[in-house]
Design a protein around this ligand. Structure first.
Ligand code: GAF
Length: 391
């Protein structure tokens, strides 16, 4: 049970009852995520280390019998959107409803919903900030998938939920994301980070009870909105795939430090920097996990962990070039204020950064960040459980 999920569930229930004038058959919740380290490695079949956070999208749901999917969100001003199931097909992007519609479409196509699926009423309420790099779309997708599967009486595994949610985002919403966000939302665990090998989808769960170690994870939302579909995300992904091809490997995951000299002879200067980020970032993820395996983050281990986070940011800023001025400002300010390490999290081009902070320095760090970027919204997060049926 997650208190945060229950709060969102209650909001979704109220919305459902006021909009559809009936009681929902069930309420489901899926979290956003913070990626602790391992950025832009997932579509290179590399390593990531996310945690699900205590910010959820909840959906109250009930079946329909007339072949219509109706969706409404407490956060949007679009009112109720009606989508005939027979019309579900990828096309022009139409807004937030593409995500639940895409999941229904993907599930029907994969047999996770019956071919004669008769529709549903869905009411969403979310506390995951939209477009801020905390995976609001994955939370929307995974909560939808759980709800529709339950309404149809066909249970869905977390792996299938993540896979179909990513498929919907790629093929229906036309966002070329990797599997990081959906795996985090589906598999998240309280007080734990997930060490995911995105080639095999093997997941190792490591304790990450920061509070017990006197640590806090601070999220710094720059309020600069990103849009992966329209940003340089697709460009970065294409550069990685092109570089792998030029180097004759299935994915950049297959390169080590030793390959960087060879890469310098084959790639142009920009491609080389993109590749160097991916190779060094995979290494940083695995070094971070090694530190966690040695015990709670304290003393020299804490310093090393903080250095890895900051090195990740520098690499994303300089080699991968997906940071932005506001992200750099909050990261620098957090470090000046005494954070152990800080970095942008998620796809970049805006959105959020995170800082690993000793709890007794939290006020000082927050003050320094607020002075440097007054528009920034600051909040703390803990690792919470993945998608589940709340009621
Ligand atoms: C976004 C994408 F959706 C993920 O798949 C991942 O590539 C991330 O950016 C960068 O690590 O969140």
């Amino acid at each position: 049970m997650s208190i945060a999920a229950q709060e969102s569930a209650e909001e979704a229930r109220k919305l459902f009852e006021s909009v559809y004038a009936a009681a929902p058959a069930g309420i489901f919740a899926a979290p956003g995520r913070v990626n602790v380290i391992g950025e832009h490695t997932d579509y290179n079949e590399g390593f990531v280390l996310p945690m699900a956070i205590d910010r959820y999208t909840a959906v109250a749901a009930a079946p329909r019998l007339d072949g219509v999917l109706r969706v409404v969100s407490g956060q949007g001003d679009t009112g109720v959107i009606e989508i005939p199931i027979a019309n579900l097909a990828p096309g022009e992007r139409a807004g937030w409803a593409d995500y639940p519609a895409g999941v229904a479409w993907a599930m029907i196509g994969a047999g996770a919903l019956p071919g004669d699926f008769k529709g549903a009423d869905l009411a969403f309420s979310s506390r995951v900030p939209v477009g801020s790099g905390l995976s609001s779309s994955a939370a929307l997708e995974c909560s939808t998938g759980l709800a529709l599967a339950a309404l149809a009486g066909k249970p869905i595994s977390p792996a299938e939920l993540a896979r179909l949610s990513q498929y919907a985002e790629n093929e229906y919403a036309h966002v070329p994301c990797g599997p990081l966000d959906q795996l985090s939302s589906a598999f998240g665990a309280a007080d734990a980070v997930l060490h995911i090998d995105t080639r095999t989808f093997d997941i190792a769960v490591h304790p990450f009870a920061l509070g017990e170690a006197g640590l806090t994870l601070l999220v710094m939302n720059t309020k600069v909105q990103h849009q992966h579909g329209e940003s340089g995300y697709a460009d970065r992904r294409a550069a990685c795939e092109r570089s792998a091809q030029k180097l004759g490997v299935p994915a950049l995951r297959d390169l080590s430090f030793a390959d960087l000299d060879r890469a310098a002879a084959v790639l142009d200067e920009t491609e080389l920097r993109r590749v160097r980020h991916v190779v060094t970032e995979n290494d940083r993820v695995n070094r971070f996990v090694s530190l966690l395996q040695l015990g709670p983050l304290e003393g020299p281990r804490l310093n090393s962990a903080g250095e890895l986070l900051t090195a990740s940011h520098v690499s994303l800023r300089d080699d991968f070039e997906v940071s932005c001025a506001e992200l750099d400002v909050v990261v620098d300010a957090a470090l000046r204020g005494g954070a152990h390490g800080a970095r942008m999290t998620g796809g970049g081009f805006g959105g959020c950064a995170i800082a690993l902070v000793s709890t007794d320095r939290l006020d000082r760090v927050a003050e320094t960040v607020s002075e440097s970027l007054p528009q920034a919204e600051l909040f703390t997060v803990v690792a919470d459980r993945g998608a589940y049926q709340v009621l």
